[in-house]
Design a protein. Structure first.
Length: 419
């Protein structure tokens, strides 16, 4: 029983005894001393009661935070034990899944339909400590697999938020109206009238499916051992990251692709600023100032920029007259979060060559754009294509979509000339 409950019950007993003693017209000396001791105990219990409530409130808060995070912690710990190697062997040899991998696959199957083996997105994260051990007394020691080159994810670097969706469509209501405020002009005058609170819905639908095909030879399955675990994960995550970045920013909205942020700027209502002059610090600074004027960012440090490598090279080579300071030095002195990519932006074109840049900011904890992922990655085996060589052909299917919640948090700069 809680101490506060025990003290509250004792206080109730003391009040009852005091009421009985106070009702006597001529109490005895013993009864008077009893009233004094009960009164002293009552006042002391009041202090103890407040202290008990404070201590128990702290315990409740600690227990509540633990309960709120316990489910996510347990899921993260279970996800850390998911083995892609078991999935590859199950598709190749028909081996039964076991352990945490089997539990996760069973949980994902109950949430949605999959033709193959469902693989959670968290399983594609890179992990440490899963390469093969060295020093094996073999004439030939197989080293960890050398990966292909993939760019880092620009979608996450630019502040995009990935949303997990079980099934159906998802939408976010965004406020579109403004509240009228005004001062009362005189003692009997009215204040500003009421305005309707309106919202617009930004929806994502499961209409776009990304497919990745991987071919694993029989020798790889037999020779690489546990190194295959990391290799498959990194290769698939890199290929998906490259394709997702291309769609998030430059998706055409046709041929099965979602509508990208830059390609669909006019559809989303994103402001496009046509610079159409030589790229320099002043051009980008004007766009940053527009962000702050629109109350979307509190300063240049809160803004993320995505540029092409050619723009970095041009700005770094453009020295201010009479100094050793370049336009790039001026830019990075104010903006600390600049990402260079050749995947999310189209190559420079035109005469003179001009490129595009994207600026984003997270305002009020809301991401500039959302990437929705339905369910898990569906891993399907093709048993016929590589049957003669004994290889394993895997197709990974992922359903994704992109949407922009508040267009004011993004800005596209076009016509940044590199000459």
């Amino acid at each position: 029983m809680l101490d506060s409950v025990k003290i509250a019950r004792r206080q109730s007993e003391i009040r009852q005894n005091l009421a009985e003693l106070a009702g006597k017209e001529t109490p005895t000396e013993d009864e008077v001393r009893s009233m004094e001791s009960l009164d002293l105990e009552y006042r002391q219990n009041e202090t103890r009661y407040r202290a008990a409530l404070i201590a128990e409130d702290t315990e409740r808060r600690d227990a509540g935070s633990e309960l709120e995070t316990r489910s996510s912690q347990e899921w993260a710990e279970m996800m850390a034990g998911f083995e892609m190697r078991q999935v590859a062997l199950a598709l190749d040899e028909g081996r039964q899944l076991d352990g945490q991998t089997a539990e996760i696959v069973q949980e994902l199957r109950s949430a949605g339909g999959f033709r193959g083996i469902p693989v959670p997105w968290q399983a594609l994260e890179q992990r440490a400590g899963e390469t093969i051990s060295t020093g094996t007394p073999d004439p030939i020691s197989t080293r960890p697999i050398i990966d292909r080159l993939f760019p880092d994810s620009m979608a996450s670097a630019m502040g995009g938020q990935m949303i997990a969706i079980d099934h159906g469509a998802a939408e976010w209501p965004v406020v579109t109206s403004s509240v009228t405020a005004g001062w009362q002009d005189g003692e009997t005058a009215n204040v500003a009238g009421p305005s309707a609170y309106e919202t617009a819905d930004r929806a994502m639908k499961p209409d776009h499916t990304l497919g990745i095909q991987m071919k694993i030879t029989r020798r790889s399955l037999k020779q690489s051992g546990s190194a295959l675990e990391q290799a498959v994960r990194r290769d698939m995550a890199g290929a998906m990251g490259q394709a997702i970045d291309g769609a998030v920013f430059n998706g055409t909205g046709a041929d099965g692709q979602p509508l990208g942020v830059i390609a669909g700027a006019s559809t989303y209502g994103i402001t496009e600023t046509a610079v159409n002059e030589t790229a320099d610090y002043a051009a980008i600074r004007a766009a940053v100032a527009a962000f702050m004027v629109a109350n979307a960012a509190s300063g240049p440090g809160a803004i993320r920029a995505m540029i092409r490598p050619e723009l970095w090279s041009f700005l770094d080579d453009a020295l201010i007259s009479g100094t050793a300071v370049s336009e790039w030095d001026r830019l990075t002195r104010q903006m600390t979060n600049i990402n260079t990519t050749s995947n999310g932006l189209e190559a420079p074109s035109g005469t003179p060559e001009a490129t595009t840049a994207l600026l984003t900011t997270s305002s009020g904890g809301v991401a500039p754009f959302f990437v929705g992922a339905w369910g898990a990655v569906d891993m399907i085996r093709d048993p016929f294509s590589d049957a003669q060589s004994g290889g394993l052909r895997i197709t990974a299917l992922a359903t994704l979509d992109v949407t922009v919640a508040r267009p004011v948090q993004l800005r596209v700069l076009t016509g940044l000339e590199l000459a």
